[in-house]
Design a binder for this molecule. Structure first.
Ligand code: YH5
Length: 282
């Protein structure tokens, strides 16, 4: 059975039922490197242990960067990166594990290693992905994106971003349910920064209070993203990626107050602290 607590129904920020905090564990060589060529096992163990000590609920393992401009990696490389890390997390803790992938084979192999959740930026649109998740009977996050990481920030256009994203997510949830994914296993995510301008991201964020009215929990991932750097800057410039902690934490608190049930972040300690204080004082 899944280690994820029954995904919460309440709408208000509540000190007894905080949103779950999902900690990001990138295992791409550019994110954890000893000089850029390989990922050190000690560095990963340290990161896992510090997230667990800080109160993380779910660790999200990703082996392919989906940042704007990033190129895809092969199935073999992705498996080589993520499977040992899944084993490593299980060896050092019993925290819930999510795998950030859109590849059906990576989902299947990760489920075989005992992951608790699938996080798919492609909303289970890869061939066979729905069946794999339906059979595994574990939660899945369906995310909206427009385009691919290589081209998605070129010139994203929408007639009405809020209704387009909402309709996409509802329609994917329906397709998944018709193929045997249980409704209680479905989580929705508007996909901040994936084929969206700053204005699109802000419109979607403001509308979270409506998105959470759908019968599925909502996940929000804005940690350190460019929209934080843009909103925090006074001019057309932006705050650099290493200086977006306070902005990211602020956005997480607002997401939680609007009813998001899972917050995906790099900075677990800071986010957990802020959520606890905000919920106690709400
Ligand atoms: C997400 O929103 N995002 S990977 C660019 C950055 C910083 C961070 C510096 N996987 C999401 O985290 N899964 C990613 O600029 C995700 N929701 C879900 N469900 C991109 C990322 C990032 C990109």
């Amino acid at each position: 059975m899944s280690k994820l607590p029954g995904l919460l129904k309440q709408r208000e920020l509540d000190s007894k039922r905080l949103p779950l905090v999902m900690g990001i564990l990138n295992v791409t060589p550019d994110s954890f490197s000893d000089g850029g060529l390989f990922t050190s096992k000690d560095a990963i163990v340290t990161q896992i242990e510090s997230m667990v000590a800080a109160g993380v609920d779910i660790i999200d393992v990703g082996g392919e960067s989906t940042r704007p401009g990033a190129s895809p990696v092969s199935l073999e490389v992705e498996l080589e990166r993520v499977l040992p890390v899944i084993d490593l997390i299980k060896a050092v803790s019993d925290v819930a594990i999510s795998i950030d992938t859109y590849k059906t084979e990576v989902m299947q192999e990760s489920i075989g290693r005992g992951v608790d959740m699938i996080n798919d930026v492609n909303a289970l649109q890869s061939v066979g992905a729905i069946e794999v998740v339906a059979n595994a009977n574990i939660p899945v996050c369906l995310m909206h994106k427009k385009g691919t990481p290589l081209n998605m920030q070129a010139a994203p256009e929408y007639q009405d971003v809020v209704s387009e994203v909402t309709e996409f997510l509802v329609s994917r949830a329906q397709v998944c349910e018709r193929s045997g994914v249980l409704p209680q296993n479905i989580i929705l995510d508007p996909g901040f920064g994936f084929g969206k301008t700053l204005e699109h991201n802000v419109a979607l964020f403001k509308d979270l209070k409506n998105l959470v009215l759908l019968p599925y929990p909502v996940l929000v991932g804005v940690s350190r993203k460019r929209m934080i750097g843009r909103l925090a800057a006074l001019s057309e410039a932006e705050i650099g990626v290493d200086d977006r902690l306070c902005g990211s934490v602020s956005a997480s608190i607002v997401a939680a107050s609007k009813g998001a049930k899972i917050i995906r972040v790099h900075d677990v300690l800071e986010t957990v602290q802020a959520l606890r204080v905000a919920a106690a004082l709400w």
